[in-house]
Design a binder for this molecule. Structure first.
Ligand SMILES: O=C(O)CCC(=O)C(=O)O
Length: 274
């Protein structure tokens, strides 16, 4: 017999009609102008300790890969996948509770850590991140909700003098990169204390400013994406030697690795039981 009942079950649906729940001002601001500054909740001594660990990790990274080799490929200001270095603090910074609250509200459903890079805006030098860009580069779509967010953890204070981040408010809602005149009239430079996160819609145009002081201005940039966007570096593979919780593994994308074959895909479905 043909079942002529109207189908009412659905799959792949995460949001139905319901009252808005968010009261977090950072969430509202991210939706409207595309950026917000939030406090990590770390104490002053934790913030200083993170700065020291960043410096040690940076030295180790540069001696592993070679300063001149990194400089020759415009990579000397960046510590790629900093959480894969030996210090466990960087995974904790990526999973900070205040940050998670905001990202959870803005990316509906699952998301993963796509990138975590240490960055240094050097004193009085050309900086690799000083050109306007989006963190999903080469993309020109507008989406009704973010597919990705990024968050710059401020290792040092971000000031006007040391080249604090510039943003173009609401540019996540425009497909095209705007004219020079528009940038001159509308760019905003963000001052933020060490220990803050500058959270951005990944489609917002932004860049670092010129650091006119004698000290480096350091940050840790995170990109959180829906799992369909591939990671910059295979974090499950790079972190496979670590003892990780179920939650940490999910966050790092262990559940979203590409199956090597049809058989691998089917056995993955069997494990998920659907
Ligand atoms: O240093 C900054 O303010 C911007 C960093 C940046 O643009 C990036 O990491 O992609």
């Amino acid at each position: 017999m043909i079942n002529s009942e109207l189908p009412l079950a659905a799959y792949g649906v995460l949001e139905g009609f319901r009252a808005p729940e968010s009261v977090n001002p950072a969430v509202e601001q991210l939706r409207t102008i595309g950026y917000a500054v939030i406090d990590s909740g770390y104490t002053q001594s934790e913030i200083v300790d993170i700065g020291d660990r960043f410096a040690r990790t940076s030295d180790a990274y540069i001696s592993e890969h070679g300063r001149s080799a990194l400089a020759s490929i415009n990579e000397v200001d960046t510590i790629r996948a900093i959480l894969t270095q030996s210090d466990e603090i960087f995974l904790q910074i990526a999973m900070n509770a205040a940050l998670k609250n905001v990202v959870d509200e803005l990316i509906l459903g699952k998301y993963i850590l796509n990138q975590q890079n240490g960055i240094t805006n050097p004193p009085r030098k050309q900086y690799s991140q000083s050109a306007w860009h989006r963190d999903l580069p080469y993309q020109h779509f507008v989406s009704s909700r973010p597919l990705a967010l990024n968050a710059l953890y401020c290792v040092d204070d971000f000031t006007i003098d040391n080249g604090g981040t510039f943003v173009l408010p609401a540019s996540h809602k425009m497909e095209q990169f705007p004219s020079e005149g528009y940038i001159r009239r509308n760019a905003v430079q963000i001052a933020a204390k060490a220990g803050s996160y500058i959270v951005l819609d990944c489609m917002l145009f932004y860049c670092g400013g010129y650091n006119n002081t004698l000290s480096p201005r350091r940050a840790i940039n995170h990109l959180f994406t829906v799992p369909y966007i591939k990671q910059q570096i295979n974090l499950p593979m790079a972190m496979s030697g670590r003892v990780l919780t179920v939650e940490q593994k999910a966050f790092l994308g262990f559940d979203y690795q590409i199956p090597p074959s049809v058989g691998g895909y089917l056995s993955g479905r069997a494990i998920k039981n659907f």
